[in-house]
Every structure is written in structure tokens, then in C-alpha cells.
Design a protein around this ligand. Structure first.
Ligand code: S3P
Length: 439
């Protein structure tokens, strides 16, 4: 998808949508399937560019992976932790921070040289956060600019367990340490100040690992004997959030989102939208492959400003760009604080969203760790033609602009639309679906 033009919606939304599978769980299914023993069948793997990077890297490491019926089922033939072979070339993680950080942990315990690179955005994202704890574990891992950035070079090291208090809340770093921990001598303990998404813990447990999780503490032992499992991946709540927000900014809309992950470490967006006045009901609640899922029925009315901060931030970190769009349509001033991590995502999402909101005619104040947004109380976004859209390579910024365009005073050619396929290959199709399904 190179160009995407989105026209304002003339009417209400009334439709049922299926969003693509969860990106975080998809990465983990490929990686944990590869280190388990036996045949792991993955249903509904997300085949976005990010997840395909993880899949290709696993194949470069000698893992056999086959797919049936255009990725309907992907089979990973896992042969255990010691089965990888030295890659003949560099390992390209593309735009995917999850791939680079999780692979850093996994490769730190391997007996060969590996080099991880990515695209321009990823090569500028912070990697000290992963290099530092892995080095403490005995890894021989190095990065450009005094071990702060990729390329990341890993040579064989002998790993031992550590007790590590995480300085920032990050599921990618936590998962890297766990994937190194299962190859280390002795136990590894990780302490989080604020709980981040727990998909690695859940999936390792489902594959039979011995792992103790108590509130914000994880203890994982070495020499794990992981057994292959069949995994079914639920819809991604981070992708669903774009369409929840579409409902929220078009009052009177109704939408059913099917089979969405409702893992409590990911549902901050549901809690906050409810607080703003959106009705969200969960039905058909189930547990699939260790993860809770449900159908979500969204109905919108008046939208009120709110404040989001503290331990809620990691529970909706990826949803903040689209939450800014909902806040920009609310009655009153909304505030987002304690979210400095946004500056280290695929773009500096505080700076980029400030530019986006300015372009949309919204009064916004940039904070060091967040934003203050004066809502338009339901007035359409009025594009400011003397301001440029920000240049970016960030899928979530592009999708946030596309959703805002549904409530703009003129059609919008979405800048950076080519990045959307890193996480949401069917986004354009679903935008058309809601445009066709107006009542
Ligand atoms: C992810 C963790 C989060 C999130 C990212 C995916 C994961 O990043 O922003 O999109 O799959 O573990 P951090 O670990 O940097 O918080």
C-alpha cells in the first residue's frame, strides 16, 4: 500500500469487523515454536512485514518452517535450543523492534556469530536497554555508538542467571532476558516497576517451561524442556483500537470486533475509552492458547476528556497515537503523562503526534513525557494548509491520520501509508468496509 486517500464519513458506522492477528503473540509463536521440541502448528499467524522478518531470520538460522494455504496454518519444526546453525549473512529485522530485541536475547546464548540490522528507523532506536542486561548475563554483545544502537554483533558467550530490576517498562527487553535466561546457568529473576505485556511468560508456560510469575516478578530457570504446541493467535487489540477510535469520534456508531485479545496487560485502551464515555461490552469470552479473547461490541455517544498516566501507560503504550485522535474530538482538555517511552518508538510519537494534531487544527501542548490536548468537542478536524504533515516511517502514525480523516473537513492523502503493512496488512480493506457500511 503506497497511497491511501481517506474521505470523511458522511454517516454513522454500523458494522462487524475482524482485525488481524496479534503482532506480539505472532513473533513469540515463531520464536518459541523454533526452540521447542516438535511440530508447532500456528493458526492465524500475522503475516505483516514485521512478523515475516522474524520468520525469515528463523529460516536463516536453519529452522524448517512451512505454510499451508497462503499462511492459514504455519508449521514450525522445532528441534530445541541447540539446533540453530550459524547464519551465512546478516539478520535483517526491518522495522521491527520486537524482532531485534527478542533475537538479541536468543542469540546471546548461541555458539556462533550473528549480526542484527534493521531499517533507518530501527537503526536509530535505543539498544543499550537490551545490550546492558545481556552483558551482565555474560553475553558478548556489542552495538554501534558505544553499545547504544544497531548493528548488534553477538559472538559466543557463557550465560549465567541474574537478578535484574528493569529501569524502563519494556516487554521486549524483559523477553530478551527471558530468552537468554533459559540458556543460562542458574535462575534469572526479572523485576518490573510497572507490568508490561506478558505474552512471553504465558507462551513459555503453555510450552511447559518452569517459570514463576508473581505480580511484577518473574523467575525463570535454565535447561527448559519446551514441548511443541498448537497455537491459535487472537485478533490484535492494538489494531482493534483504530476502529474503536473510529466509533468514538463518530458518535452514535456501533461496531462488533470479533475475537480480540483481551489480555489485561494490553487492554488499557478499553479502560480509558470507557472512562471517556464509550460503551464497550465483551461477549464470547474464551481462553485460547493461554490468552484471553472476546468479541467486543462498541457503541459511542458523548466523548469526554480524560487524564492517562502512571501504570496505565504500559497497558496502552502502542495505542497512544490513536488515543490522541479520540482525545482531540472529546469535550475538554485531555492529558497524557509518564509516557516518555513514546519518544523511542518507530518515530518520536510525542513529537510526531503534536505535528499531526497541529495539522488537524487541534490545540496541543508538547510535554517532555506526554501531551495536553484541547478537544474539539465533536467539531470536524479542519486541516491547516500552512502546516506540513510530519515525515515519518511509523505505521501507527499513518493509521491514526487515516482514522482522523474520517472526521476531517476534506479528504486526506495519508502520509507514510506504505508503513501500514508492517502491522496491519488489511487496514485499507477495513477502512473501505466501514465506508461502505454506513447507515
Ligand atoms: C512489544 C512491546 C512494546 C510495544 C511493541 C511490541 C512486544 O515495546 O511497544 O510494539 O511485542 O514485546 P517495549 O517493549 O519497548 O515497551
Amino acid at each position: 500500500m503506497k497511497h491511501l486517500t481517506v474521505s470523511p464519513l458522511k454517516n454513522l458506522i454500523k458494522t462487524t469487523l475482524s482485525v488481524p492477528s496479534d503482532k506480539s503473540i505472532s513473533h513469540r509463536a515463531i520464536i518459541i515454536g523454533a526452540i521447542a521440541n516438535g511440530r508447532t502448528e500456528i493458526k492465524n499467524l500475522l503475516t505483516s512485514e514485521d512478523c515475516l522478518c522474524t520468520l525469515k531470520i528463523m529460516q536463516q538460522l536453519g529452522v524448517e518452517i512451512s505454510n499451508f494455504n497462503n499462511f492459514e496454518t504455519v508449521t514450525v519444526y522445532g528441534k530445541g535450543l541447540n539446533s540453530f546453525t550459524e547464519p551465512k549473512n546478516i539478520l535483517n529485522c526491518g522495522n521491527s523492534g520486537t524482532t531485534m530485541r527478542l533475537m538479541s536475547g536468543l542469540l546471546s546464548g548461541q555458539n556462533f556469530l550473528s549480526v542484527l540490522v534493521g531499517d533507518d528507523s530501527l537503526m536509530n532506536r535505543p539498544m543499550r536497554r537490551v545490550i546492558e542486561p545481556l552483558t551482565l548475563m555474560g553475553a558478548k554483545i556489542f552495538g554501534r555508538e558505544d553499545n547504544t544502537k544497531a548493528p548488534i554483533v553477538i559472538t559466543p558467550g557463557i550465560l549465567h542467571g541474574i537478578s535484574y530490576e528493569m529501569p524502563v517498562s519494556s516487554a521486549q527487553v524483559k523477553s530478551a532476558i527471558m530468552l537468554a535466561g533459559i540458556q543460562a546457568k542458574g535462575e534469572t529473576k526479572i523485576i518490573e516497576k510497572e507490568k508490561s505485556r506478558d505474552h512471553t511468560e504465558r507462551m513459555l508456560t503453555a510450552f511447559g517451561a518452569t517459570i514463576k510469575c508473581d505480580k511484577n516478578e518473574i523467575i525463570i530457570g535454565s535447561e527448559q524442556n519446551l514441548q511443541a504446541q498448537n497455537i491459535s493467535i487472537p485478533g490484535d487489540v492494538s489494531s482493534a483500537a483504530f476502529f474503536m477510535a473510529a466509533c468514538a469520534i463518530i458518535p452514535g456508531s456501533e461496531m462488533l470486533l470479533q475475537k480480540v485479545s483481551t489480555n489485561p496487560t494490553r487492554t488499557g485502551i478499553i479502560t480509558v475509552l470507557k472512562k471517556m464515555g464509550i460503551k464497550i461490552e465483551s461477549t464470547n469470552k474464551k481462553e485460547v492458547s493461554g490468552e484471553p479473547i472476546a468479541d467486543l461490541f462498541i457503541s459511542s455517544g458523548e466523548l469526554n476528556a480524560t487524564e492517562v498516566k502512571g501504570s496505565t501507560i504500559p497497558l496502552l503504550i502502542d495505542e497512544i497515537p490513536i488515543l490522541c485522535i479520540a482525545m482531540a474530538q472529546a469535550n475538554g482538555k485531555s492529558i497524557i503523562k509518564d509516557a516518555k517511552e513514546l519518544r523511542f518508538k518507530e518515530s518520536d510519537r510525542i513529537k510526531t503526534m503534536v505535528q499531526v494534531l497541529n495539522k488537524l487544527g487541534v490545540e496541543v501542548n508538547e510535554l517532555e513525557d506526554g501531551l495536553e490536548i484541547n478537544g474539539l468537542a465533536g467539531e470536524p478536524f479542519k486541516l491547516n494548509h500552512s502546516i506540513e504533515w510530519p515525515k515519518h516511517s511509523d505505521h501507527r502514525i499513518a493509521m491514526s491520520i487515516a482514522i482522523a480523516a474520517l472526521k476531517a473537513n476534506e479528504p486526506v492523502q495519508v502520509p507514510g501509508a506504505e508503513w501500514i503493512s508492517t502491522s496491519f496488512p488489511t487496514f485499507e480493506k477495513l477502512i473501505h468496509q466501514i465506508q461502505m457500511a454506513v447507515v
